[in-house]
Design a binder for this molecule. Structure first.
Ligand code: JCF
Length: 680
């Protein structure tokens, strides 16, 4: 070896060592909170690394400590489809709610004794998914709608406590789930600096964190004091899953990911409530804002048995801290007309700071509530705000009622379209009877139709809907699909480019899913979960439209009231016309079929499903099994490989048992569908 090459090799060795040293200091400083060297020493090492990398750009890799702020500003965030949906959590507000949660968990698991829970503070930040391939950080995405989020990789890379590479032996793929947040001290410093420069300040740490993470320029994000805690695992490949959630947290920590130090394993509902009280007492002295605590069933097999409802797991709950309250004066009450015509009394308040934001509007819910609380205009009222819930008028300070306080009266005619207002039967809500004749209802229906969880037409928000309806350009959702450059040009502040973007978003929205489409129609009482159930159960719009009351009720979680609304909706000629026009415009969705990732792993097996399944319609489960190569049959015979027995299974279960056919429960079915492997 000549001297030049030898020197080069020595330099490369020093380079590698320097990187390791810096990574170790980062770990000690950001993850363990136990810095080993003074900041000046760390800065000196970083400077050395930068110089070496400048001389040898070919040595720079994406996970180098110098590569946190590299990329240029983006035009927009790319979409990322989550491999495993990102769930939200159900809320509990009282000790009773927690006792009920724990009781349901024990009932479903058939447990007598106490269940173990992993308990942790619930951070007030943004949920994030971070993917590591062979230990290297490759992608970060926001939750978005749970199925698809935004690619915020460049921004998350700038967070110092975010390791660019995992430590130790790591599986081929790890998706860690966590929360990005801004500690209170950093938030206050950021705001003080902004105020000193005469710039706008953020209302609370959560908004500051959200605004910082959704920066198109990572250089800006890099200046924001963001931090991250991890609380779970999404997708993974090559990992021997442990038995408990708490062991997953320990694994995350071993890999060098920051896990909240307050996390504890507790016993039963009592343990949860004790934890809640302890954290609650220390809430103000924590370095970050939290809005409650989270309890998760610790045993992973039990989590699998419990499964999910709609968008939240049955094995976890967020126990929220009490709402914050403030006093202010009720200036006036206006009635807002909703999508289904419901008139909601809205309090116009003297602005008041409560729960970290300034509130000037609050809901009064409905007239029954107004009467029950005896609220009058001019009253001093208690405004209450809990976390992300809409502020409400909680009660009245009767002793401060002025002599000229005026009662609140429900108008007899719609404040928007003047149609009569009616109260149906013993319903608490009064409704405008104008239907599509009422521009407020038209606007709300269109807004709902275009909203993110419905057809997701980007750019078609409140303001634009307002303009479209007021200009007479859109009466029903079908009209959206005949908009053109010319018609849009009539609108204020609508340039050619924005019109173009909107038309493209509308074009994209034509390709949707049956469930989203059903939800978008805005049938009363048909929320996202019901729409998904109906879509999975019926598979096609035609099948659903032909179904009578009885058949609609066979869909999971659909009772007589919802069934009646659905049948009524499709019987209405005006609605049928809108549906025809939507389909004629090319709105479409893929036929229901689950495609197996790798061949036909269940080929040769015959399944019979009987009884009621909790998590999906039987037809959907059968389709999913068929997609994996299995046969799904309606009757039990000696050729049946497995019987899946749901709730209230009857004669087929007896027959299978007589014939010695293996009998599995729904959890086993879910495992088969998830792992795409035959039952074990
Ligand atoms: O800290 C949080 N905000 C938080 C949110 C913590 C958790 O353990 C979560 C969560 C959202 C969903 N767990 C899930 C499953």
């Amino acid at each position: 070896m000549d001297t030049a090459t030898a020197a080069e090799a020595e330099l490369q060795r020093r380079f590698a060592e320097l990187r390791r040293e810096i990574e170790q200091h980062n770990y000690r400083y950001y993850i363990l909170d136990e810095p080993q060297v003074p900041d000046a020493e760390y800065d000196r090492l970083m400077q050395q690394l930068r110089e070496l990398e400048a001389a040898h750009p070919e040595w720079v890799t994406v996970d180098s400590p110098t590569q946190r702020v590299g990329t240029a500003p983006a035009d927009e965030f790319a979409e990322v489809r989550h491999r495993v949906p990102m769930l939200s959590l159900d809320n509990a507000f009282t000790a009773d709610d927690v006792l009920n949660f724990d009781r349901r968990v024990r009932e479903r698991l058939g447990r007598e004794g106490a269940v173990r829970y992993s308990a942790e503070p619930k951070l007030d930040g943004l949920a994030i998914s971070v993917i590591f391939e062979h230990g290297v950080f490759v992608r970060a995405a926001t939750r978005g709608d749970g199925a698809t989020g935004e690619d915020v990789t460049s921004n998350v890379r700038t967070i110092r406590s975010m390791p660019l590479r995992l430590r130790g032996a790591v599986p081929a793929l790890v998706e860690a789930r966590g929360e990005v947040f801004m500690p209170v001290a950093g938030f206050e410093r950021l705001n003080a600096e902004a105020a000193a420069r005469g710039e706008k300040t953020f209302v609370n740490p959560r908004n500051a964190a959200a605004g910082s993470l959704r920066q198109l320029d990572p250089q800006v994000t890099a200046t924001r004091p963001l931090e991250i805690f991890f609380y779970g695992l999404g997708a993974q490949e090559g990992l021997d899953l442990p038995v408990r959630h708490s062991e997953i947290l320990a694994l995350l920590a071993e890999w060098g990911l920051r896990v909240c130090a307050e996390t504890r394993v507790v016993e039963g509902a009592e343990g949860c409530l004790d934890y809640y009280r302890q954290i609650g007492a220390r809430r103000a002295s924590l370095a970050y804002q939290i809005d409650g605590v989270v309890y998760k069933v610790d045993e992973l097999a039990a989590q699998a048995t419990l499964g999910f409802v709609a968008r939240a797991p049955r094995w976890a709950v967020a126990h929220k801290f009490p709402a914050e309250e403030a006093l202010t004066r009720l200036r006036d009450v206006e009635f807002q007309v909703g999508r289904t015509g419901a008139l909601t009394p809205v309090a116009r308040l003297e602005p008041v700071f409560v729960g970290g934001v300034t509130v000037s509007n609050a809901t009064l819910h409905n007239m029954d509530e107004v009467l029950r609380k005896d609220v009058r205009i001019g009253d001093t009222v208690v405004v209450r705000r809990a976390g992300d819930v809409i502020p409400e008028v909680a009660r009245v300070m009767l002793e401060r009622r002025p002599a000229d306080a005026r009662p609140i009266v429900m108008p007899a005619a719609c404040p928007v379209c003047a149609s009569p207002v009616q109260r149906e039967g013993d319903e608490a809500v009064a409704r405008c009877t104008g239907g599509y004749r009422c521009s407020a209802q038209r606007k709300e229906r269109l807004r709902h139709f275009a909203s993110r969880r419905a057809l997701d037409i980007e750019g078609l928000g409140e303001k634009l809907v307002e303009q479209l309806v007021d200009a007479g350009l859109a009466q029903s959702p079908a009209d959206i699909f005949v908009l053109s450059q010319q018609s849009l040009a009539e609108l204020d502040r609508m340039g050619e480019k924005s019109a173009d973007n909107l038309l493209r978003a509308i074009e994209r929205a034509k390709h949707t899913t049956f469930a989203r489409f059903l939800f978008a129609l805005g049938i009363r009482d048909v929320g996202e979960a019901t729409a998904a159930n109906l879509a999975a159960h019926f598979g096609s719009l035609e099948a659903l439209m032909q179904a009578d009351l009885h058949r609609v009720q066979q869909a999971p979680d659909v009772g007589p009231v919802i069934a009646a609304r659905v049948v009524e909706f499709f019987a209405d000629p005006a609605n049928r016309e809108v549906l025809e026009r939507l389909q004629a415009a090319g709105v479409n969705w893929p036929a229901p079929r689950v495609i197996a990732a790798d061949g036909a792993p269940l080929a040769g097996l015959t399944f019979v499903l009987t009884g009621t399944l909790e998590s999906m319609a039987r037809e959907a489960a059968e389709d999913a099994l068929r997609a994996l190569g299995a046969k799904a049959s309606g009757s039990v015979s000696a050729k049946t490989s497995y019987l899946i027995a749901g709730r209230d299974a009857g004669s087929k279960l007896r027959k299978a048992s007589d014939l010695g056919v293996p009998i599995l429960d729904e959890a086993a079915l879910q495992r088969v569908l998830e792992t795409k492997r035959p039952p074990t």
